[in-house]
Design a protein around this ligand. Structure first.
Ligand code: HAM
Length: 413
């Protein structure tokens, strides 16, 4: 787990703003669910998944309830749906931290953030297209151009079950690593995720899911692909994409970064699921959604040199060399009219305060010395070379003068 420092948080906020704009424009409302839930909410993700068996931050609270920090938000959203029974379609988006006890490395943390959406109560394949297109639009607004969309369909639950059995027979007869043999006993689908060299040949020869699709599932998948083509969103169908969580059926997808190490190159993923709402006490309800890893998305932005961390500069920095009380009044007045400003403290010298003004990146220094105090004036000094000359103006004209200068700064010549 790590700290996100002020040098980075502005970028996080902007990223959340871009996401909120994209999903807000499609009618999604924000949901905030608790960080901590009953363990039972998350065990529904699937008892054959690492997220549930190995990575949960669970404990008994003081009332002896078995609870866990959330490892993801889809299960929480379904719990919330089952509890509040909103009208469908229910379209929600979220942002926040999740916790998984994983081995930390670049792009993999024990506390990480996701932004995501879930839609409950719609079976229409066109919704799958809408949901994928929202994530695509988000990446494109960040400026990312190397993201790859990988798509597959796990079919109906019966198709998936038949496929799992076919995989089991295939892998039982194949040459596999010891770890994958253990995985095979628990969940043959997960063997397809193995990155071990020893398993590569068996995985390459394994059957693909497409042969097991029922006509309905095949038609649904064809509609999704046609919709994506219509929107000119490029994608690759990967028949061996299975994803790490057990609740999926029909459409699943993953967004991969062009530059991160292969183990951490999943920038985000999602798909259709059912059974979750029911398992959490609600009526049978189909769902679809995705979650995008904020930490990995920002790493991908760094690697592609887009969506930089440049924070907006301060408008002004107040330099008060007559005791500091004038700065209290001036900063308060400037902030109340919407200008951003900071100041020096501790009665430091003019030189020291000008150094601070420089370091703050402010566009204009507002200076009060003995003369200004006596004459009820202020000295205004643009900090950039082409910001114009220093001038002294009556205190009453401070705000109009600043506004004019700042307008000039904002207008390129
Ligand atoms: P997930 O694939 O487990 O899916 O996680 C989605 C994304 O969260 C990953 O692609 C990755 O970017 C990020 N992520 C996951 N674990 C870590 C970690 N330890 N450190 C950094 N980033 C991480 C889900 O969570 C599903 N709830 C997605 C979904 C929503 N499916 C349907 N609706």
């Amino acid at each position: 787990m790590r700290d996100i420092l002020p040098s980075d948080t502005a970028r996080w906020r902007r990223l959340n703003g871009v996401f909120a704009d994209v999903v807000g424009s499609a009618g999604y409302g924000q949901i905030i669910t608790p960080l901590l839930e009953d363990l039972g909410v998350f065990s529904r993700i699937g008892d054959a998944t690492d997220v549930v068996t190995k990575e949960m931050y669970d404990f008994h609270d003081k009332g002896d309830r078995h609870v866990s920090l959330r490892p993801e938000m889809t299960a929480s959203v379904c719990r919330s749906f089952a509890q509040h029974r909103p009208v469908v379609p229910w379209k929600v988006w979220y942002t926040g931290s999740n916790f998984r006890y994983e081995k930390p490395q670049r792009g993999r943390f024990r506390q990480f953030d996701q932004v995501g959406v879930e839609v409950l109560g719609v079976d229409d394949a066109h919704l799958d297209v809408e949901v994928i297109a929202l994530a695509w639009e988000f990446y494109s607004r960040l400026g990312l151009t190397q993201v790859k969309l990988i798509l597959n369909s796990l079919g109906e639950p019966e198709d998936r079950a038949a496929y799992v059995e076919a995989l089991r027979s295939h892998f039982e007869a194949a040459e596999l690593s010891e770890q994958s043999r253990a995985t095979l006993a628990r969940n043959p689908l997960r063997v397809l995720d193995s990155k071990r060299e020893h398993d590569a040949a068996a995985i390459a020869a394994a059957p693909g899911i497409a042969d097991f699709h029922s006509p309905d599932a095949a038609a649904h998948f064809a509609t999704v692909q046609a919709g994506l083509r219509r929107l000119e969103i490029p994608f690759v169908v990967e028949p061996k994409l299975v994803r790490g969580l057990d609740y999926y059926r029909r459409t699943i997808f993953e967004f991969q970064g062009g530059t991160l190490d292969s183990a951490q190159n999943a920038l985000g993923g999602g798909g259709r699921y059912d059974g979750l709402v029911e398992a959490l006490g609600g009526p049978p309800t189909s769902g679809i959604g995705f979650a995008l890893g904020v930490d990995r998305t920002l790493l991908a932005c760094d690697d592609e040199g887009v969506f930089g961390s440049d924070a907006a500069p301060l408008d002004t920095f107040v330099v008060d060399v007559v005791g500091g009380a004038e700065a209290v009044a001036i900063t308060s007045e400037l902030r109340s009219v919407g200008l951003t400003c900071d100041r020096g403290y501790d009665g430091r010298s003019m030189k020291a305060q000008m150094k601070l003004a420089n370091r703050s990146g402010a566009l204009i220094a507002v200076i009060v010395g003995d003369d200004e105090l006596t004459d009820a004036t202020v000295t205004i000094r643009p900090m950039s070379r082409d910001g114009g000359d220093q001038r002294t103006v009556p205190r009453t004209e401070l705000i109009t003068t600043l506004r004019q200068l700042l307008d000039n700064e904002a207008t390129p010549t």
